[in-house]
Design a protein around this ligand. Structure first.
Ligand code: PMP
Length: 437
């Protein structure tokens, strides 16, 4: 038929279909691990999202936005952010940063933190520019830098063994100051900072942030500060915003996420906060790609922030309650893992926990010369034969460094008690089977 003739002609096109900017970034571990978890897992501690509901006040705010009298909430709103949301974000972050923020120029709403990141790389990175990424890192930074034509330059957090048999903490993973400094040069355009850090849960100390800030100032480098886990810090730790350090406001874009802040990752409401001299270029990218984010969820998130501003620092604040709950869940998972010898690295923040699988190595024999890092094969085996899903740590490293970190897997503990109990049961049964003669 004519139809199949035209299809076969199309298939014979000799021009390459794929744009060069996609070269080498077509593989993505999430596609594979999300599918494996969906197929095999009975307990999914893999991908980072809560299996508990968002707070009632947020759900009710969305119901009001959708079902209320204001039909305008079903239509387009302001492209760079729904006015009630940018206003409250300016007020809230103004308070946190101790600075007057203009809702129209210092805040932009995005489709999750993901699009905020994408806007930053597209807006700031030119062909040949270098962008420093601290390993282990949220994996999308690397392909996003490459799509913008830039070159990612990796610098690892280096683990040191804790003293006197204590559990390792995410604070034991640190930058080597000389190594970090050696990555800055005249081609360096930006550094990506992610504190609290996914996957380790590391909360960068003031000293570490000052080190980064000094290098940014010395080399005139921008800081893309991914702070989506800003409220999830434990044991009385403080999340310090690098933009609040001297000289950093003018060169920093803060990125946040209502998904992480209000336990509603499916809403995909995110934001950027920063100086107009930087945000004006984010607006250009946003204007010419996404243009506009869904109105009703923005309205509901605005109401959520209104509530949080009124309750700021009070026990009823969600930003106080959530980390308190999560700290208990963290401690529960630490206990379950420690009891079976899967040594946890105690995270200071986020809802992730990285654990050492060395003691379980004999269950999944190594295949020397395999292209695939050991932890990745281990995680696949674990979900298929134990029903427990987690993510290999090597997924958070560059190709060149992947094989240096293959004895860790990452768990997400933003889960109901019953889910964490089920994970613990699987681990204990596994341990019993191992020790049986
Ligand atoms: N940054 C980090 C460090 C993350 O972990 C995530 C989500 N896993 C994002 C950004 C993306 O957030 P959002 O869902 O709001 O797009």
């Amino acid at each position: 038929s004519i139809h199949s003739l035209s299809l076969s002609l199309q298939a014979k096109m000799s021009k390459p279909v794929q744009a060069r900017r996609l070269e080498g970034i077509d593989k993505n571990i999430w596609v594979e691990f999300v599918k494996l978890a969906a197929t095999y897992s009975t307990v999914n501690l893999g991908q980072g999202f809560p299996d508990f509901p968002p707070p009632d006040f947020l759900k009710e705010a969305l119901e009001r936005a959708l079902g209320g009298e204001n039909h305008a909430l079903h239509q387009y709103t302001r492209a760079f952010g729904h006015p009630p949301l940018v206003k409250i974000l300016a007020q809230f972050f103004g308070k946190l940063l101790g600075r007057d923020l203009d809702p129209m120029t210092n805040v932009m709403v995005t489709v999750g933190a993901y699009q905020a990141l994408f806007c930053c790389f597209q807006a700031f990175v030119d062909e040949g520019d270098e962008v420093i990424i601290i390993e282990p890192f949220f994996d999308c930074y690397e392909p996003m830098v490459k799509m913008a034509g830039g070159t990612p330059v990796f610098v690892p957090l280096r683990p040191r063994t804790p003293k006197d048999g204590k559990l390792m903490s995410s604070a034991d993973w640190q930058l080597d100051p000389d190594e970090l400094a050696s990555k800055f040069n005249e081609r360096t355009k930006a550094i990506v900072l992610n504190s609290p850090n996914n996957p380790l849960g590391k909360v960068f100390s003031r000293g570490e942030l000052e080190l980064i800030a000094d290098l940014c100032a010395r080399h005139d480098v921008l800081c893309i500060s991914d702070e989506v886990y800003e409220w999830l810090v434990y044991d009385g730790k403080e999340h310090i915003r690098i933009a609040s350090l001297r000289g950093m406001w003018d060169r920093t874009v803060i990125i946040g996420s209502a998904g992480k802040t209000f336990s509603a990752t499916g809403w995909k409401v995110g934001w950027t906060v920063g100086p107009d001299r930087l945000l004006q270029h984010l607006r250009t990218v946003h204007q010419n790609s996404v243009y506009h984010c869904a109105t009703a969820p923005q309205d509901a998130v605005a109401q959520g922030f209104q509530r949080e501003l009124e309750l700021y620092g009070k026990p009823d604040s969600y930003f106080i309650r959530l980390p308190k709950d999560l700290q208990r869940k963290r401690d529960r998972l630490i206990q379950s893992l420690d009891a079976v010898g899967m040594k946890p690295i105690v995270p200071e923040g986020t809802y992730f926990l990285v654990a050492d699988i060395s003691e379980f190595k004999s269950d999944v024999p190594d295949v020397p010369d395999s292209e695939e890092p050991y932890d990745s094969r281990f995680a696949k085996w674990m979900v298929k034969s134990k029903g427990l899903a987690a993510i290999p740590l090597s997924a958070f490293y560059s190709e060149a460094h992947k094989n240096n970190y293959t004895r860790f897997i990452r768990f997400c503990f933003a889960k109901e008690e019953a889910t964490l109990k089920a994970a613990s049961d699987i681990l204990q049964k596994w341990k019993r089977e191992k020790t049986r003669p």
